[in-house]
Design a binder for this molecule. Structure first.
Ligand code: UT7
Length: 337
């Protein structure tokens, strides 16, 4: 609720806790060799991926989101009842309506708080940081649960080798909280973009109002993702590098002052190109793609949570998060963890 007595005061936002969940079942490159004309070596060399997680038939996106959220809440020392808002970034919602955030709210037993989905594809989590930060800065909210969750394999065509090798399922969550006295964690700034003019490069055309479900949609496999990989690759490097440049310039910071760059986990060669742009070694870039593949809106937060868990990311570290995705959306968030 809006803190009216101090509505002109601006607050800071910190990450209070994170969590992630990857389904048990693995789909390996060897498994894909049996489905399409591909091979393990090609996939590893061109993408850095060796396996991806797959949700079970009983699991929907909100179920994965629930598992990650419970861990994030526990790490933040909070109960679902403490939440002022629930944001779920996803392109693979449980259903068209209600939104996945409302389904998650019910599963968590969270109170009557605002709950909405963010549809910005793989940039959804970075968009979510920006949205949550605005609500915390103005005093509207103190504790916001932000989740990136996907069950992408249900939208992937396992006869199309251009796309089926890339995607996996999983969820990551974090609690964004108003920074208290004595804490120096903060979101420094966020920088978001979208370029609808090139949105045709990466789409899931069927099943919406433009092309409702029909026999034609099913026959032509229009209910699956379609992508011009080579073009997307170029725009990925360009847009993430630009968004990171903006973040560093806005905060008068050099790449050396950043402890970790956490890029969208789409292709290791894209991450290497972004590192090269900044003249930093890959030692500074979180690369978790090998066993998780591209989980769209979940990749940045799952990668980040893993590094927090194993101690690579420490309190006080400067983190530069960046992502791009269908839209073509892109963005960055620079923060002190
Ligand atoms: O969240 C955003 C999601 N999208 C992305 O991030 C995609 C970004 N793009 C990429 O990651 C890369 O473009 C891909 C991994 C999709 C493809 O790698 P590439 O190095 O750009 O390959 P290419 O599309 O230029 O294809 C090179 C060759 C082609 O054969 P020819 O025409 O040279 O004979 C493809 O047909 O590799 C072939 N190819 C494959 N071969 C074995 C394409 N996919 C496969 C495959 N296995 N799975």
């Amino acid at each position: 609720m809006m803190d009216k007595s101090s509505s002109t005061q601006r607050y800071h936002t910190r990450i209070a806790g994170t969590g992630s969940y990857l389904p048990e079942k693995l789909l390996t490159n060897k498994d894909l060799e049996k489905l399409v004309d591909t091979d393990d070596q090609w996939i590893r060399e061109r993408t850095g991926i060796s396996s991806r997680h797959m949700a079970s038939d009983e699991e929907a996106t909100s179920d994965l989101a629930l598992r990650a959220s419970q861990i994030a809440l526990r790490e933040a020392g909070l109960d679902a009842k403490d939440l002022d808002m629930i944001l779920v970034a996803t392109v693979s919602p449980d259903m068209v309506m209600p939104n996945t955030a409302c389904l998650l709210q019910q599963k968590l037993g969270a109170p009557d708080c605002m709950a909405l989905d963010i549809s910005a594809a793989c940039t959804g989590f970075v968009y979510g940081i920006s949205i949550a930060d605005q609500f915390i800065q103005t005093g509207h909210s103190k504790n916001i649960l932000l989740v990136g969750a996907e069950v992408l394999h249900r939208f992937v065509d396992y006869t199309d080798r251009n796309t089926c090798i890339l995607f996996g399922d999983g969820a990551g969550a974090c609690v964004l909280q108003r920074t208290q006295e004595g804490q120096d964690s903060t979101v420094y700034s966020t920088h978001l973009h979208a370029d609808g003019g090139i949105s045709h490069l990466f789409t899931l055309p069927g099943g919406g109002t433009a092309l409702p479900f029909s026999q034609k949609v099913l026959d032509e496999r229009l209910h699956y993702v379609r992508m011009n990989g080579r073009e997307i690759f170029k725009h990925a490097v360009r847009t993430m590098s630009k968004a990171c440049d903006e973040a560093l310039t806005a905060n008068n910071m050099s790449p050396e002052e950043v402890n970790w760059i956490i890029p969208h986990q789409a292709n290791v060669r894209i991450m290497e190109a972004v590192a090269k742009h900044f003249g930093v070694s890959m030692d500074k870039v979180l690369n978790e793609i090998e066993d998780m593949a591209n989980i769209s809106a979940a990749t940045v937060i799952v990668a980040m949570d893993r590094a927090i868990r194993d101690g690579r990311i420490q309190r006080g570290h400067n983190l530069l998060l960046t992502a791009f995705g269908a839209g073509i959306t892109s963005g960055s968030a620079l923060l002190k963890y």
